[in-house]
Design a binder for this molecule. Structure first.
Ligand code: GLN
Length: 502
C-alpha cells in the first residue's frame, strides 16, 4: 500500500495535506493564544474593551489553558486508538475547533469560556492524531520519516508566524473578536484542506479493526463498558466539557485544578502500567519503557523553553532596550523569532542529522533530544548576560534575546520533531496515538513547570533563574548522554538500519 502513495518532492502527498491542515490549525491556536492574556487584562472600558482581569489571574488561566490543551491529547489519543481511528478523530477535532474559534467571535462572557473549552477538546482530538498520521505515511526503517516530521514542523511554525502578526494585529488594534473570528476562518480553511485531501490519506489513520480492539486487554477492562456506545462516549465528552468550562469560570481554579491534575496523572500512570503488563514481548516492553523515560526529558525541555511566553516575554517588555532606528519594536514581535528561525533552519538541522546517520555516526533520537536540551539550555547563557547588563546599566540589549531564541530554536529542532518521529517508531502500533497523547501531555506539564519556575524570578531575580535553568538543563543533557548506551539498548535497534526506502 505504501507503493501506491503519490509523491511530491520526495515525500508522500499526504504529508502536504497534513502540513496545511496543521498549519491552519496552529494559525488559529497561536493567533488566539497571542490575544488571550492581553484580552483578559484589557480594561472593560474604551474602544476595544477586554475582561479587566488582574495580571496574576490572567497568567493563572493562561497556564491552565495551555496545559489543558496538551493534556487532553491523552483522551484524544485513546479515542482514536480505541474508537475512531486517527483520521476521523482529526476530522471531529477540526469541526470542534471551528465551533470553538467561531464562538469566540461573539462578545459575551459565556461565549468566551465555551470557546476556550471547545478548543481544549478540539486540540486534544486533533493534535496528537495528526502527528501520528504523519508517521503512518512512512514504512518502518524509512530514513525520510525524520525529515517528514521536520517538514511538518515547518507547517506548524508557518501557521504560528503568520498568526502572531495577522491575528495579533487585528485583535489588539481593531477588535478582539475580529481577531478571534479570523482564527476561526483559518480553522475552516484547515478543515477544507483536510476534507479535500482525504484521497491521499487512504491508508493512514483508519479505524481499529474488531480484532485489534479485542486483542487489547488494558483498554477493554478500563473502558470496556463504553466500547460500542457512541451515546455513552458523547455523555462523557459533555461532562468533561462542562468540567473544563466550570474550571475556567471558577475563581479558585488553582485550588481544585491541582487536585484534578494529580488524580488525572494517577489515572494515566495506571493505564500505562496496565498497558506495559499486557505487552507480550520484551522488545515491546523495553521500547515502551524507553519512550516513557524520554518523556521526562521532554518535561525538562519544555519547562525551560516555555519561559518564552512568560518570563522572557515580560523581560522583553520591561527590561530590554527595544529602540531600533528611532522606533520601538513591539515586545510581541520577539515571539515570532522562534517560528521564523524554525522555518529557516528546520531542513538544515534535519539534513545535518540525516547525513551524520548515513555516515554511521551517533544520531539516535535520544542523543539528539539530549543535545537539543543542552543547546536550548545554553541559550539561557545569553539571558544571564542580559540580566547582568540590566543590573549594571538599567536596561539590556536586544541582541541577547535574538541569540537566546536562536539557540532555543536550534535546540527545539534537534528535539521536538525528532521526538514526534521517535514515538511513531517505538510505540506499539495499537497504542500509537495514546503515546503521542502522553508525549503532548508531557509538554503540557512542561508548560506548567515553566510557569512555576518563571514565577520564582520575582523572588530570586532573573539572573539566578536563568543561571539555574542553564545549569540544570546542561547537567540533564550530560546525564542522558552518559546513559545513552543502556537507553539505546532498550530501543532494540528501532533506529539502527534506517535508510532510503523508495
Ligand atoms: N510549537 C510546537 C507546536 O505547537 C510544539 C508544542 C508542543 O510540543 N507542546 O506544535
Amino acid at each position: 500500500q505504501y507503493q501506491k502513495q503519490k509523491e511530491l518532492f520526495g515525500h508522500p502527498v499526504g504529508l502536504y495535506i497534513l502540513f496545511f491542515t496543521e498549519m491552519w490549525e496552529r494559525f488559529s491556536y497561536y493567533g488566539m493564544r497571542a490575544l488571550l492574556t492581553l484580552y483578559l487584562v484589557q480594561k472593560t472600558t474604551g474602544d476595544n474593551p477586554g475582561l479587566g482581569w488582574l495580571d496574576s489571574e490572567s497568567i493563572m488561566l493562561y497556564g491552565w489553558y495551555t496545559m489543558l490543551v496538551y493534556v487532553m491529547s491523552i483522551p484524544g489519543g485513546i479515542i482514536a486508538d480505541r474508537y475512531l481511528g486517527q483520521k476521523r478523530a482529526v476530522l471531529y477535532g477540526a469541526i470542534i475547533l471551528c465551533l470553538g474559534h467561531g464562538v469566540l467571535a461573539f462578545d459575551a462572557y459565556w461565549a468566551f469560556f465555551t470557546g476556550l473549552s471547545l478548543i481544549v477538546l478540539g486540540v486534544g482530538l486533533l493534535k496528537p492524531n495528526i502527528s501520528t498520521m504523519v508517521g503512518g505515511l512512512y514504512k518502518q526503517g524509512d530514513i525520510r520519516r525524520d525529515k517528514g516530521f521536520s517538514i511538518f514542523y515547518i507547517g506548524i511554525n508557518l501557521g504560528s508566524l503568520l498568526a502572531t502578526f495577522i491575528v495579533g494585529y487585528v485583535g489588539e488594534e481593531i477588535n478582539w473578536h475580529y481577531g478571534f473570528g479570523l482564527a476561526g476562518i483559518a480553522m475552516v480553511l484547515g478543515l477544507l484542506v483536510y476534507l479535500y485531501g482525504q484521497r491521499y490519506l487512504e491508508h493512514v489513520g483508519n479505524k481499529p479493526t474488531q480484532a485489534e480492539k479485542e486483542g487489547d486487554i488494558s483498554y477493554a477492562s478500563l473502558l470496556g463498558k463504553l466500547r460500542s456506545s457512541p451515546l455513552q462516549l458523547g455523555i462523557v465528552i459533555l461532562i468533561v466539557f462542562y468540567a473544563i468550562y466550570a474550571g475556567f469560570t471558577y475563581e479558585g481554579i488553582d485550588n481544585w485544578g491541582y487536585t484534578a491534575l494529580y488524580i488525572f496523572i494517577a489515572l494515566v500512570a495506571g493505564v500505562l502500567m496496565m498497558i506495559y503488563k499486557t505487552l507480550d514481548t520484551k522488545i515491546l516492553k523495553d521500547r515502551f519503557l524507553v519512550l516513557l523515560l524520554s518523556f521526562l526529558l521532554v518535561i525538562v525541555f519544555w519547562g525551560a523553553f516555555e519561559q518564552a511566553g512568560g518570563l522572557m516575554s515580560i523581560y522583553t517588555k520591561t527590561k530590554t532596550d527595544r529602540m531600533l532606528f528611532g522606533m520601538e519594536i513591539p515586545a510581541t514581535w520577539f515571539q515570532s523569532l522562534n517560528a521564523g528561525f524554525i522555518i529557516l533552519f528546520a531542513t538544515v538541522v534535519a539534513g545535518y542529522w540525516a547525513k551524520r546517520k548515513l555516515k554511521g555516526k551517533e544520531a539516535s533520537s535520544i542523543f539528539k533530544m539530549a543535545i537539543g536540551t543542552m543547546i536550548m539550555g545554553l541559550g539561557f547563557v545569553f539571558m544571564i548576560f542580559a540580566a547582568r547588563q540590566y543590573n549594571i546599566e538599567g536596561s539590556s540589549a536586544m541582541y541577547w534575546l535574538v541569540l537566546a531564541y536562536l539557540f532555543h530554536t536550534i535546540g527545539e529542532l534537534c528535539s521536538s520533531p525528532v521526538a514526534l518521529s521517535f514515538i511513531t517508531k517505538l510505540a506499539p502500533v495499537k497504542y500509537a496515538s495514546l503515546m503521542m497523547g502522553v508525549y503532548f501531555a508531557a509538554t503540557g506539564l512542561g508548560n506548567k513547570v515553566a510557569g512555576i519556575v518563571g514565577e520564582k524570578a520575582s523572588e530570586f531575580g532573573e539572573y539566578s533563574v536563568f543561571a539555574g535553568i542553564t545549569i540544570f538543563t546542561v547537567l540533564i543533557g550530560v546525564l542522558v548522554i552518559a546513559l545513552l548506551k543502556p537507553l539505546k539498548r532498550l530501543t532494540h535497534g528501532a533506529e539502527d538500519n534506517e535508510r532510503e526506502i523508495l
